[in-house]
Design a protein around this ligand. Sequence first.
Ligand code: KG4
Ligand code: ZN
Length: 337
Amino acid sequence: MIKNPYILSIESSCDDTSAAVLQGNKVLSNVVFTQIAHKEYGGVIPELASREHIQKIIPVVNEAISKAEIKKSDLSAIAVTQGPGLLGSLIVGVSFAKSLAQSLSIPIISVNHMHAHVLANFSSEPYPEFPFLCLTVSGGHTQLVKVNDYTDMEIIGQTIDDAAGEAFDKAGKMLGLPYPAGPEIDRNAKNGNPKFEFSKAKVDKYAFSFSGFKTSVLYFLRDQIKQNENFIEQNLPDLCASIQKNICDVLIEKTEKAAIEYKINTLALAGGVSANSQLRSDFQTMCKKNNWNCHIPAFQYCTDNAGMIGLAAYYKYKAGIFDQLDLVPDPRLSFQS
Ligand code: KG4
Ligand code: ZN
């Protein structure tokens, strides 16, 4: 086995077509094409996503290889997201990765997208020490993960309905913001006051629930608009700040409780929502207050990217875990597989 193998990784689980090249655990290139075709529909259209992946995968892979200044023949393995995600989108990445691996006669390594989000915390030093507790917040998932090792992680709490990113996106949609609304809420919240209160779900210990919050935003807006049809435009920054605070407070509260109960003093953040400025700052404040080590990936490793897929694959490569060419995508890939 090569000590610092060149690995090409591919991510196509949702609406980002991405490819990266790593040398060992060092990311040499990380190219992300974010599909804009979905904007006008207010959410990701699966069929549209697969077609965009088909069009973009070759140029994105070529760009990643040329930016890394290597040749295809230098590669030791091809890594690809197996799931969870959209079936049609995953098929594009997996089929492409299998063809390339076969043509170069090198192994293929499948990666669980949710493990990769966690392992994005190894994109720069200092690396978190095991065991650590990771709050993964994305458009499709909200998970509190106890990370025992690179390939050994367990979920100790997750959402029972909407994910945190979905809560941002759906609340933003009610405000008329374009998809994905998370970054828009973040931007508008900077000039706002979190003066409006929305409901917080009372669910089991480390479970999360955002569907009640969503309904509470909907009813609140409906009542206000009845009295003043310009309510949203006149209060946009305060509404964004209030929505953001509600979501962040729940996430921080539960994470803090879990870290105390599990006696874990190294914490990490992951997933697209970890790009949120308030969440990043609240997470750091919580860690400082409790004297915990705090790890937050750089922005480009928070949202979907192939760099994190390559990192997860590198640790599988080191552990000697490879796949065969009969690999199939799994849109509902379980966290433990
Ligand atoms: O991890 P990700 O890129 O894709 C999934 O695997 O789902 O996460 C996308 C989610 C979207 O819901 C988006 O609104 C949210 O991350 N997001 C943010 C921010 N940037 C991205 N949410 C709040 N604030 C942000 N700055
Ligand atoms: Zn993701």
